[in-house]
Design a protein. Structure first.
Length: 256
């Protein structure tokens, strides 16, 4: 199933790779023009090139989502390029693996500032533009670790879990606050997705599969395109009566 995003403009953070890139390609294939935002301009430009190869339209911006001035510059560049913004996908994020006893304050700040504060800064900058265009939709990237602790390495990443738990309530609060501006706000909660997001992790390895298979109802790891499909739906008019929701894309992980 595909959704119609013809004439819509999407801004996607962290779109230089992984779920962000898959989402950019999906929305572009469905008619949206895409502002591709990433901390690395080279990877953002690679995504734009892939969009162009598929016949779509995109423009690249390098942005650290912790930096308000860089966010505003990309916002203004996207509006100059496309005229308006209808959709925002807050995908940029990172994980660090330090256990509590070794967790330095600057690592805590890096994870919380990127995963949670960055989402607030980007939304604060982009929501008025979406409202000015008549409204639209925002999708935030949470994770199943917004709901449960997944201690795959023998210890949880407390800073990562805290940041993604914050995303859950930020999503719900934004859905309330932005409702009168005709902006819907939802989140997806990916589970085991085959990306390079986890440093040094190979989610496709036999060892990783042995640790996950008893939790999954769908007998495979997820792909970035699985999450992109859910994001496309939540942005689309087909989801016009959905806001404040957390949609697991996890192969059934949270069911057990």
């Amino acid at each position: 199933m595909s959704f119609d995003h013809s004439g819509r403009i999407a801004m996607i953070t962290g779109a230089g790779s992984g779920i962000g890139r898959a989402t950019a390609l999906r929305l572009a294939s469905e008619g949206a023009a895409v502002a591709v935002v990433d901390i690395q301009l080279e990877t953002a430009e690679e995504t734009v090139a892939a969009i162009a190869d598929g016949g779509g339209t995109g423009v690249a911006f390098d942005v650290d989502v912790r930096d308000r001035s860089e966010i505003e510059s990309a916002r203004d560049g996207a509006v100059n390029a496309f005229g308006h913004i209808d959709y925002l996908v807050n995908n940029a994020g990172l994980v660090r693996m330090s256990p509590l006893d070794e967790l330095a304050e600057d690592e805590w700040d890096l994870v919380l500032d990127t995963n949670l504060k960055g989402m607030y800064l980007v939304t604060q900058a982009i929501a008025p533009v979406i409202a000015g265009a008549g409204g639209g939709a925002i999708v935030n990237l949470a994770t199943i670790e917004s709901e449960v602790v997944v201690a795959s390495t023998g210890h949880p990443q407390v800073h990562y879990n805290a940041s993604k738990g914050g995303v859950k309530m930020l999503t719900k609060a934004l859905a309330v606050e932005l409702a009168d501006r005709n902006i819907r706000v939802n989140a997806v909660e990916p589970g085991a997705i085959a990306t390079s997001f986890i440093p040094g992790g190979d989610i496709r390895s036999p060892e990783a599969w042995d640790s996950m298979k008893d939790r999954l109802l769908v007998p495979r790891v997820g792909e970035p395109e699985d999450v992109a499909a859910a994001i496309s739906f939540l942005l689309s008019d087909d989801a016009s009566y959905i806001t404040g929701a957390m949609l697991p894309v996890d192969g059934g992980w949270l069911t057990r």
